[in-house]
Design a binder for this molecule. Structure first.
Ligand code: XMP
Length: 236
């Protein structure tokens, strides 16, 4: 330094701080969307924005999948299905009752001359625990030589879809593809996979957007988690 020059003033330089970890409701790695383009909006949602709307706060602990995310994803699924089944003789078979909202939104986005039918499946036990299956409504349309898209609300243990597939295969459709809104792979006991999945979810009992607990909560416009004390025999 030349004589007479002042040393440069020391600038305040704080020690580097460790980066704050943002609070997410669930780990991004757990909830993974099975499509491209990947919807990453859930990665940006802090926990407080996932509170259910006031009328549901007593019974619903939190919103797992918001109405907006459902709409975006269902729209994407519909476009994919429309592309994959263009020119085919398509029969959509939906399982009652859980598909009601998903199906209505999905169908509006599939502009193909398809046929629609339903199979009624119900668990013996009311509530959420595992039980035997009974068929409450049989298929009426013929599917022989046709493309079938089987639609269900959630693929959990896989028992329901395995039983339904066993009924459909002898009817000799050209092919059967499976579309589910939710996939919960952690509880799978049967070897069954879906071709179209809305959202892969963690091992939690979910309600809303058609899914029920004791026949309640189907009318929620979002998918949510039950508040503690509401569910008596929810598995897990
Ligand atoms: P499986 O275990 O046979 O399940 O793959 C399929 C059916 O079980 C019901 N299920 C649920 N319903 N929240 C619900 O409201 C859940 O988390 C859940 N897990 C399974 C549902 O009826 C589905 O079609």
């Amino acid at each position: 330094m030349k004589a007479g020059c002042k040393p440069a003033p020391q600038l305040y330089c704080p020690a580097p701080q460790p980066r704050q970890r943002r609070t997410f409701f669930f780990e991004p790695a757990v909830v993974n969307l099975n499509s491209s383009p990947i919807d990453k909006t859930h990665l940006k949602k802090p926990a407080h924005s996932l509170r259910p709307p006031p009328p549901w706060r007593g019974e619903i602990r939190s919103v797992l999948i918001s109405r907006a995310r459902l709409a975006r994803r269902v729209h994407t699924l519909a476009r994919q299905i429309e592309k994959d089944f263009a020119g085919r003789d398509l029969v959509i078979i939906a399982l009652l009752n859980g598909t009601v909202m998903f199906l209505a939104d999905l169908l509006r986005g599939v502009s193909l001359p398809l046929r629609l039918d339903f199979i009624g499946v119900s668990s013996y036990r009311e509530g959420a625990g595992a039980g035997g299956l009974i068929f409450t409504k049989a298929l009426r349309l013929g599917v022989r030589g046709r493309d079938v898209l089987l639609v269900d609300d959630i693929l959990d243990t896989g028992r329901t879809l395995t039983r339904v597939l066993a009924k459909l295969r002898p009817l000799q459709p050209r092919r059967i593809k499976i579309c589910v809104l939710l996939d919960k792979p952690a509880r799978r006991v049967e070897k069954v996979a879906a071709d179209y999945v809305g959202f892969t979810i963690p091992d939690e009992f979910v309600v809303g957007y058609g899914l029920d607990y004791g026949e309640k909560y189907r009318n929620l416009p979002f998918v949510g988690l039950l508040a503690p004390g509401i569910a008596q025999d929810v598995t897990p």
